[in-house]
Design a protein around this ligand. Structure first.
Ligand code: DGL
Length: 234
């Protein structure tokens, strides 16, 4: 039977989207996937929102042009600044975005203190404020930006000393405050999870990548009839 279903596109500034991509592939090996990393402009986390929005729209247009009718914005920074305008611009395309996982964190914390780790743009952005307002009631939510960590991950230096120093310094206030749940609100940070766990010990680390992958497959059930192709673009 000829196969002509549209593909799922996965977009990030860089390597972070590969975590979500891998989860989609694992959950549905037949999905036809295209991943696009905008490494010409990465990292996005400290760049002006207007620039991030323009790059994100250009990337989405590129993926749609390749035949994607579902686009996963596998970047919290890009989701924060551009998800709403993407949906408004292309109502014919299903956009799946990232959202800081404060809701599951609120359900699992014992101390009531939750740390949310993200880029500067995500930590200061309206999306985090909105989920904290909706799901964080009765809890103490500590937003923590980790500028520099994405660069170390992009450069393959996540296992080096600089990453350890950065995490020890930036996470110390959360440890002191009694945070027992750490939300990864940057898709790159999944690749630093083992380093974060070295610092936070037995605390719970929540990575929403798999939940987002499941959502992508829910809105794109045709993936089950795909050919299992994969294109990686940068
Ligand atoms: N992986 C992205 C995120 O989730 C982008 C990080 C960056 O480019 O600074 O925010």
């Amino acid at each position: 039977m000829p196969y002509d279903a549209a593909m799922i596109g996965v977009f990030d500034s860089g390597l972070g989207g590969l975590g979500v991509l891998a989860d989609i592939r694992r959950l549905q090996p037949r999905a036809d996937l295209v991943a696009l990393a905008d490494q010409a402009h990465a990292p996005y986390g400290d760049r002006p929102p207007e620039s991030v929005a323009a790059w994100t729209h250009a990337a989405a247009d590129h993926l749609v042009g390749l035949g994607c009718d579902t686009v996963v914005v596998a970047c919290n920074t890009a989701s924060t600044v551009a998800l709403a305008s993407l949906r408004a611009a292309r109502p014919d395309i299903a956009f799946v975005g990232m959202e800081p996982a404060v809701k599951p964190a609120a359900g699992s914390t014992g101390t009531g203190v939750i740390a949310v780790l993200g880029t500067t743009r995500t930590i200061e952005g309206p999306l985090l404020a909105s989920v904290v307002q909706r799901f964080g009631a009765g809890h103490r939510v500590l937003p923590i930006a980790l500028p520099g960590l994405v660069d170390l991950i992009e450069d393959g230096l996540v296992d080096g000393e600089a990453a350890g120093r950065l995490l020890s310094a930036r996470l110390a206030p959360a440890l002191e405050a009694g945070a027992d749940t750490y939300v990864l609100a940057c898709t790159h940070y999944g690749f630093a999870r083992h380093r974060i766990e070295e610092v936070v010990g037995a605390a719970t680390v929540i990575d929403p990548a798999e939940a987002v992958a499941r959502q992508a497959l829910r809105v794109h059930p045709e993936a089950a009839a795909g050919g299992g192709t994969l294109r990686l673009l940068t």
